[in-house]
Design a binder for this molecule. Structure first.
Ligand code: HEM
Length: 415
């Protein structure tokens, strides 16, 4: 039996429960059923439907219609002027889009301003580590997420990776700003525009002969895919900070999670799929992220581009932080298996340096260990590690470059 397409599912009655039942009845899916319970979600309840067969119904229909009507260039032009969360939508938008965006821009009822304020503190205190982990844990991991790698490679943005990285960095930058979700901030705008861009990708990518040839799905960016990518962000970041023994008060850790829960909601992920705690997030990631990581030709090429980007980041000079060093950093953060998949060469010196000295470096920075007590070699490499932290920050800051407007695609990558 074929995978149920969204169209089939809609024709069959369209209830989410029915979708879950469909996949449950398919022996091929028996090993990978969605068993994560919505009781662990921010909604606390839900249908428990398998999110591999759920997309973003309203946004998808709307953006498909915009694309088919030829409205996208005009809409993108108008939306370039919409930059602040509290700003009215530009006049001249199609009525159906305006109506949707007015609803999509509202924060969820469960958004907690106190926690969002604590998240700001956390981002300010830990910005240095966040830059490195967003770039070399989340960013590099995304190239080992097959569905994401293929979607990114064959969509319009795949033709200009530098532009795409900057646009993606904008989200990482915006979520860390002090007014992220406030009326003067930009995170709501970024999320709503990204939600529209994703809807565009869902409509366009199935028409790409390149994507269709290699994809193992009919429509990209399901709710499950979005949660996978989400886990490559906050869940992976927090796991690394814990591994490096960065001291983080529980309230700050929870607040960071909260800012990403709100982000998930604003991107159109249903509340019943968004974990309500780190324990639930880790459990869900184990189920949805860990088993799907794998190499693809597209991911290998993207990883190579990303490793070069690190040395080209604006605001350098970072000429000492070369591609081989960033390759070793990636190997250290993501492990041998993923580094090998991504064809990152082994570096006899730097692989060992990260393995033995990164954690002491963090301990020294945190005042938990004196430089004298640390392994002697750390003194020699301290500057390089400091530069790497700076590179991470610059990568995130590249998302602050104006003008950046996330746009609805109107075509695929022609290559
Ligand atoms: C676009 C973030 C999930 C595929 C974007 C953009 C951002 C973003 C900020 C705008 C950048 C740009 O236009 O170049 C996120 C976040 C996600 C997520 C935070 C999850 C929490 C996914 C998933 C896929 C995906 C799961 C595919 C499986 C794409 C593609 C574009 C895009 C192909 C580019 C559209 C174009 O070419 O114009 N995403 N994304 N995203 N995203 Fe995502």
């Amino acid at each position: 039996m074929d995978k149920p397409s969204r169209r089939n599912v809609l024709m069959a009655g369209g209830t989410l429960g029915a979708v879950g039942a469909l996949s449950a009845a398919t022996p091929a899916h028996a090993g990978s059923l969605w068993t994560w319970s919505p009781t662990g979600s921010v909604a606390g309840t839900g249908e428990g439907a398998d999110p591999r067969w759920v997309w973003d119904e309203e946004a998808d229909q709307l953006v498909a219609a915009l694309i088919d009507r030829g409205d996208v260039p005009r809409v993108n032009r108008l939306l370039r002027t919409w930059t602040k969360n509290g700003q009215p939508l530009p006049s001249g938008l199609p009525a159906d889009l305006r109506d949707f965006m007015e609803r999509a821009r509202r924060l969820p009822s469960w958004a907690d301003q106190g926690k969002l304020a604590t998240a700001v503190n956390f981002n300010e205190k830990r910005g240095l580590y966040l830059g490195v982990t967003y770039g070399f844990a989340s960013g590099m991991m995304s190239t080992a997420i097959p569905k994401e790698a293929r979607a990114v490679y064959y969509s319009k943005g795949g033709a200009d990776m530098r532009d795409r990285i900057t646009k993606t960095a904008k989200l990482g930058y915006d979520i860390g700003t002090s007014n992220a979700y406030k009326p003067t901030g930009e995170m709501v705008v970024t999320c709503v525009k990204t939600r529209l861009a994703h809807a565009g990708v869902r409509h366009l990518l199935p028409k790409s002969p390149h994507w269709s040839k290699v994809a193992d799905e009919e429509i990209p960016i399901s709710q499950a895919d979005m949660m996978v990518t989400w886990h490559s962000l906050p869940t992976t970041v927090m796991q690394n900070l814990a591994k490096w023994k960065v001291p983080i008060p529980a309230a700050e850790s929870e607040a960071f999670l909260h800012s990403w829960q709100v982000c998930a909601h604003m991107l159109g992920i249903k509340d019943e799929y968004i974990p309500n705690s780190w324990a639930e997030a880790n459990a869900q990631a184990k189920q949805v992220l860990d088993p799907i990581l794998a190499p693809t030709p597209e991911g290998i090429k993207l990883a190579d581009i990303l490793l070069n980007m690190g040395t080209l980041v604006p605001g350098g000079p970072l000429r000492y932080i070369t591609k081989p060093i960033l390759g070793s950093l990636t190997r250290y953060i993501l492990g041998d298996e993923i580094a090998t998949w991504l064809k990152i060469p082994r570096e006899p010196l730097w692989d060992g340096v990260f393995e033995t000295l990164w954690e002491p470096f963090v301990a020294v920075r945190e005042g938990l260990l004196s430089l004298e007590q640390a392994p002697g070699a750390l003194q020699k490499f301290y500057w390089a590690f400091d530069e790497i932290l700076r590179l991470g920050v610059l990568l995130v800051l590249s998302g602050a470059d104006l003008p950046i407007s996330i746009e609805i695609p109107d075509a695929n990558n022609p290559n």
